[in-house]
Design a binder for this molecule. Structure first.
Ligand SMILES: [Fe+2]
Length: 145
């Protein structure tokens, strides 16, 4: 279970997962809706990745127990970004579009699971209470809280 530090990020994960579900359920005939939802997904992911990469990952990358997982997390963000870019430039009617989206979902679920089950719990062990509280405060501020 997550402590308060990463609660906002976990909430983001839930939101992104549900946008993805909706997008997968959007029929090929509703191209405008696909475009809209994809834009929403992209905005959500950009903000979320930026927060993690700016406020969370640096202190985890510098600690040995979380170093490798953090490097992986950066690469997972990178792959998700690549897939998003490809989805944007691909014809929404193309049958590969949904296949690509499905692969994006699989990548994202893997990434989210690894963060929630491994990286964040480890972070709570390797970071000091002060570091965790600072991260929590910065996330709160960034979210306008
Ligand atoms: Fe992430």
């Amino acid at each position: 279970m997550q402590t308060a530090t990463f609660a906002l990020l976990v909430k983001d994960h839930e939101r992104v997962k549900s946008i993805l579900e909706e997008l997968l359920d959007t029929p090929v005939s509703a191209a405008n809706r696909r475009r809209d939802r994809l834009n929403t997904l992209k905005q959500e992911l950009q903000v979320h990745e930026d927060l993690e990469e700016r406020l969370v990952y640096p202190s985890l990358e510098s600690r040995k127990p979380t170093h490798g997982l953090t490097l992986e997390a950066y690469q997972e963000h990178h792959v998700v970004d690549l897939l998003l870019d490809e989805l944007e430039s691909l014809d929404f009617q193309d049958e590969d579009w949904k296949a690509k989206l499905k692969v994006l979902q699989e990548n994202l679920l893997h990434h989210v699971r690894e963060e929630e089950e491994e990286l964040f719990p480890k972070a709570e062990r390797v970071l000091t209470r002060d570091q965790l509280q600072r991260i929590e405060r910065q996330l709160d501020q960034a979210k306008g809280g």
